[in-house]
Every structure is written in structure tokens, then in C-alpha cells.
Ligand binder design. Structure first.
Ligand code: BG6
Length: 497
């Protein structure tokens, strides 16, 4: 496969020392889609926080590119507002901001116009002179996926992609969803690899930048007691929830193309499945025979923490009568020795009662109910990805008193109280790694394709005209009743979050 690393380059990414901090080289970060939601909400705030932590190279610049007409100053001003609103550290420090903003530039233009790229080229040359960025470029594709091929092609034509053998690095960071299905992901991988070398490609899934997600590896492979029970003999089922209070936040145009399967399941949630289910030490044996049962939902008007919110079909840029799912619940069966017969129940949705992402590993019931039928609950290990990051183990303990009355109690590890340090945002870690050229937390082409094989099979089912329309669910609830029935048919229930 073209993207497999050279044999002598195969390294264990968990090897101690590999992730030792090294200062990134000077570089210019070019953000395509600079007027969009991601740049405002995540990317520029993350870069600013890297500046606050003194992690950015001394010679650094940001060049925004998009259609909106901004001057350099207007762009910097707009970003200042975004950082004021979305930054992890606030208020914005005027001195740090001053240095940071001095390296901001903007190029207005359409992505299919070669002239935009000629002007970008001139702008980057100016930045190299003014900011000493030495020809190093990090291109960030924060655009709708359908635009990636155009931007790549235009960059290549304009001579803005150098081979890894030349001096000055070129790296491209490509946002998810990488393609719309398996065929388009393969085509995109081919195209990317015609233009760049795999070492220059950073396919981003920001969940891999979350501390709690990286910790899954340490938890499973750094502790002796869990691995022997991490299989079908002990585990009854696994539930993974990725719920959000937020709706689509003005991103109707993107969301109508994506829906919850492409937006959350194919990438973030399947990353969680991989890290939870894969074999040690680092190889993910992609289960190629995956069968899934699926329930879809779409939010109707409702209320979130007391405030009325519109339904999906009332959102801007959403087609009346849209069948786009904003919620999915599904059951995956992984056909492997380790997991045969252990269902993985996944659910993800917009406009849930609260934001909560967790993996719950539910162990089997005890065989003999010594303390009375139903007196003890099965053990559950809960990995809270966000918020209230931590890990809890639920087990039965005797309530003090004369009788044997068991109750479920919890051993609970919380990041917040255990490590008294602020956790960086996922995008901070990942942008810094991309600047350093460290691909450990990025997705290789074959992994993206494996994820599309799973999601593509499901999409084929649900996008066929005979598949029922999504069930409506009131905003502020945990999805349609049919999602509960999916588990009830197996004699199980979703955890209450
Ligand atoms: C993004 C999706 O990838 O992840 C958004 O496009 C979603 O729709 C977001 O809101 C969730 O990220 P987080 O870090 O808030 O869980």
C-alpha cells in the first residue's frame, strides 16, 4: 500500500521518549476556510493558547484564506473577537495578542481561482521575509470536504507544495470527514498521495488530541489488571455515547451534506471503538465483518436547560422535509475472538439534554445471585471522555448494618482533582504535533478507509429510499424511543447520563 511507512521507519508510537517536547521549526500556518466556524471556534484560539504557553516557534505567521473580503487588519480584528469568545484562557493578554497578531495576514479569493493561489504565493514570500518563516508551510484545510481536491490541485499548480526532499517543509492538515464514503475516501487518498508524500499528510480527528482519549492506551496497556478481563468472557456489552446539547449552530449547509453518521460516527466514535477494542500493542485489526442495527432520529423543537430551541427543519439552510439524521443509535457486532457476542452500542446526537461523551464497559452479571435476585448490579467501568474527565469503576458494597444489603458504589478517578493542571484543548496538541511533524495522533490513509468500510455499510442501508425516515425526538431528550427499544430487545437499557 502506498501509505505504509518504510519498513525501517516503523516505530512503536508508544515508545517512551518519542513524544518528548521539541520546539517546532519556524513556519507559516495557512488556514483555508479562515472565515468559517472551525477557524473561529477552535483553530485560532488553539494557536493563541500555544502562544500563551510559549509553544509556538519564534518565527510564526498565520495566513487566512477564504472568500470573504477582509483586509489584514480586519481579519486580525475578527480573530481577536473569536479568541475573546472561545479561548481556553481568558481574558486575552494584550501583549501576547500584539505579537501574535503581528504575524497575521489575509488573502481573499475563491478556491477554484488560480489567481487566489498566485496571490497566496506572493503573500507567503512576503511572510518569509518579514517573519523569517523560512519557506515552511502548514496548510490547514478547514473547508467543506468537497473543496479539498480543488485546493490541493491549485496549491500544486502554483508550486506551493514542495517534496519532502527539498528544504522547507510542506505539510497538509486535512479535516474530517475525509471523503463521503469509501470510494470517495479512496479517491481522495489517491489524489493526496499524487500531490504529497504520506509523511506530509496529517488527517485530523480531533478526538485523538483529547487527553482522555489518549489515556485509553495507558489505561488498557499500562495496567495489568484490566487486559485479562477485556474480552467476551467478562464483558457483557459496551456503550459509547457522544451527546451534545448544541444543535447545528448555523452549519446547516455542511450538516445537510453530512448528517450524524459522517459528522460523528465515521470518525470520532469509531476512533473510540478502535481504542477500546483493538489488540495490543498498536495494531488495530479492523473487523471487516461488521453487522449493524440502526435507529435514526432528527430533533424537533424542544427546550434545553429551560430555553426553547427550534427543530432541525427550522434551522437555517436546512431543506424542508430534510431526512438528514441528527441522532443515531446503533449496535455493532465485531466478529473477532475477543469480541464475538459482545455488542457495541453507539449513539450520538445533537440537542441532547447535556454534553456527555463516555465509554461504558459493562461486565457480565454474577452467575449466582447470593444476595437476592437483582440485589447487585453488574460492574461497569465508565471512561468519561468529557466533561468531568475521569474513570469510574462501579461495584457492589455492603451497606453498613446487620443485613446483607448491597449497593452500587464507585471508585472514581478525576483528572481535575488528581492532576492540578489545566488540560490543553485537543486542537492545541494536534496543531503543535503537525508543526513538529509528529504523525502519531493522526489517521493514516488505510485507517480512514477501514472506518469508511464500516460507516459506508451503514450509510448504504440508511440512504436507500426504503429505509424509514428518521424518528422525530424532542430537543433536550436522549433521542427517539426506538433507540431505547433497540437495547430493550436485547434485554438492556442505555445508561442514564
Ligand atoms: C466536530 C463535529 O467534528 O465535533 C461537530 O463536526 C461536533 O458537529 C464536534 O459538535 C464535537 O466536538 P467536541 O470536542 O465538542 O466533542
Amino acid at each position: 500500500m502506498p501509505y505504509a511507512p518504510e519498513h525501517d521507519e516503523v516505530q512503536n508510537p508508544l515508545r517512551p521518549g518519542l513524544r518528548a517536547e521539541s520546539a517546532p521549526e519556524p513556519c507559516a500556518a495557512v488556514i483555508f476556510g479562515a472565515s468559517g466556524d472551525l477557524a473561529h471556534r477552535k483553530l485560532v484560539p488553539a494557536l493563541y493558547n500555544l502562544a500563551v504557553g510559549a509553544h509556538l516557534p519564534a518565527a510564526f505567521a498565520i495566513v487566512g484564506v477564504s472568500k470573504s473580503e477582509y483586509s489584514h487588519d480586519e481579519f486580525a480584528k475578527d480573530m481577536r473577537e473569536a479568541v475573546g469568545k472561545f479561548s481556553r484562557t481568558r481574558p486575552v493578554d494584550p501583549e501576547i495578542w500584539g505579537d501574535f497578531a503581528a504575524g497575521m495576514r489575509y488573502v481573499a479569493g475563491s478556491f477554484d481561482d488560480p489567481d487566489t493561489f498566485a496571490r497566496l504565493r506572493a503573500q507567503l514570500e512576503e511572510v518569509d521575509r518579514a517573519r523569517a518563516t523560512r519557506g515552511n508551510r502548514l496548510y490547514y484545510f478547514a473547508t467543506p470536504p468537497s473543496v479539498f481536491p480543488t485546493v490541493l490541485g491549485r496549491l500544486k499548480e502554483a508550486g506551493l507544495i514542495r517534496s519532502p526532499l527539498e528544504s522547507g517543509f510542506t505539510r497538509v492538515v486535512i479535516e474530517k470527514p475525509f471523503g463521503r464514503d469509501l470510494a470517495s475516501a479512496r479517491a481522495l487518498n489517491r489524489l493526496v498521495l499524487q500531490t504529497c508524500d504520506e509523511r506530509q499528510v496529517f488527517r485530523i480527528d480531533h478526538y485523538l488530541g483529547k487527553e482522555t482519549v489518549q489515556n485509553l492506551l495507558v489505561f488498557r496497556f499500562g495496567n495489568a489488571i484490566f487486559e485479562p478481563i477485556w474480552n467476551r468472557r467478562y464483558v457483557d456489552h459496551v456503550q459509547i455515547t457522544a451527546g451534545e446539547e448544541l444543535g447545528i449552530e448555523g452549519r446547516g449547509r455542511y450538516y445537510e451534506e453530512a448528517g450524524v453518521l459522517r459528522d460523528m460516527i465515521q470518525n470520532h466514535v469509531l476512533q473510540l471503538v478502535s481504542l477500546c477494542a483493538m489488540e495490543p500493542p498498536t495494531a488495530f485489526d479492523s473487523p471487516d465483518q461488521v453487522a449493524a442495527k440502526v435507529v435514526l432520529g432528527q430533533y424537533a423543537p424542544g427546550s434545553i436547560v429551560g430555553a426553547d430551541v427550534p427543530g432541525y427543519q427550522q434551522e437555517k439552510d436546512v431543506a424542508p422535509g430534510s431526512r438528514t439524521p441528527t441522532f443515531v443509535a446503533l449496535r455493532l457486532n465485531l466478529r473477532s475472538w475477543r469480541w464475538d457476542g459482545v455488542p457495541f452500542y453507539l449513539r450520538s446526537g445533537k440537542r441532547m439534554p447535556k454534553r456527555a461523551t463516555e465509554i461504558a464497559v459493562q461486565f457480565r452479571r454474577i452467575p449466582h445471585q447470593l444476595f437476592g435476585e437483582g440485589a447487585t448490579q453488574p460492574n461497569v467501568l465508565i471512561i468519561r471522555v468529557q466533561p468531568q474527565e475521569g474513570i469510574a469503576l462501579r461495584f457492589s458494597a455492603k451497606v453498613p448494618g446487620e443485613r446483607y444489603r448491597p449497593r452500587t458504589v464507585s471508585m472514581d478517578f478525576r483528572y481535575g482533582t488528581t492532576f492540578a493542571v489545566a488540560t490543553p484543548e485537543a486542537y492545541e496538541r494536534l496543531l503543535l504535533d503537525a508543526m513538529r511533524g509528529d504523525q502519531t495522533l493522526f489517521t493514516r490513509g488505510d485507517e480512514v478507509e477501514a472506518a469508511w468500510k464500516i460507516a459506508g455499510g451503514i450509510l448504504k442501508q440508511i440512504e436507500s429510499p426504503s429505509f424509514p425516515r428518521p424518528h422525530l425526538y424532542e430537543a433536550g431528550t436522549w433521542g427517539p424511543r426506538a433507540a431505547d427499544e433497540l437495547l430493550a430487545r436485547d434485554g438492556r437499557t442505555w445508561r442514564r447520563l
